[in-house]
Design a binder for this molecule. Structure first.
Ligand SMILES: Cc1cc2nc3c(=O)[nH]c(=O)nc-3n(C[C@H](O)[C@H](O)[C@H](O)COP(=O)(O)O)c2cc1C
Length: 186
């Protein structure tokens, strides 16, 4: 699949058929995650692959009752250890960079899942303390996202995107890009 096809056709998938995702596909998604860029190439990310139905149900409860995530064949939990980034980059490292690293890995995972014919969704609305307890995650580790992954049972209509002319300035803040916005980008 071409990279633009993957970017434009990927959708958040919240309904799954009852079919297990093969180990090789999960490995490929994790491989895509670890090839994301990271600050200083420190790669402070870690992942937990959850397949156990009881644990998935507990995670869906921790995700403020988003019970649909328990229907996914697998949930990959995205974590970061922050100590080396914080030592190397101080406050901005801790406040921002580890989050950027996690987000880059997550986006790679979503695109990889889509390219493999799977559906996935970025889920970050959850009670972090509950997730830590369910998965025995030490308190110094940050939990960024739960990524439910499975074979899709829906094909959602693409949700609205704001036109690039409204979010892009030219040369300086506030100076709008008004001329020659290509039609296909609207
Ligand atoms: C930081 C972040 C947190 C999100 N958390 C949730 C979530 O908890 N539950 C959910 O259903 N979707 C969640 N989403 C998915 C968004 O709702 C989705 O990406 C957005 O509506 C655009 O739809 P699309 O992904 O199909 O383009 C989250 C996305 C991001 C980037």
């Amino acid at each position: 699949m071409d990279v633009f096809e993957a970017i434009f056709d990927r959708r958040s998938i919240r309904k799954f058929i009852d079919k297990p995702v093969e180990e090789e596909k999960i490995a490929k998604i994790l491989d895509a995650a670890r090839w994301a860029p990271s600050v200083g190439n420190l790669q402070e990310w870690q992942f937990i692959v959850v397949r156990d139905p009881g644990r998935k149900l507990q995670l869906s409860e921790a995700a403020v009752g988003q019970y649909w995530i328990a229907q996914a064949s697998v949930i990959i939990v995205v974590l970061t250890k922050n100590d080396r980034v914080t030592r190397a980059y101080g406050r901005r490292g801790e406040e921002y960079f580890v989050k950027y690293d996690a987000a880059a890995a997550i986006q790679n995972m979503l695109l990889a899942a889509h390219a493999l014919g799977l559906g996935a969704c970025w889920v970050s609305v959850f009670d972090e303390t509950a997730v830590e307890r369910i998965l025995k995650i030490p308190s110094e580790i940050d939990v960024h996202a739960l990524i439910p992954i499975g074979y899709p049972a829906e094909n959602p209509i693409p949700p609205h995107r704001i036109g690039i002319e409204y979010i892009t300035f030219f040369e300086e803040y506030g100076k709008r890009w008004v001329k020659n916005v290509p039609k296909f980008l609207r």
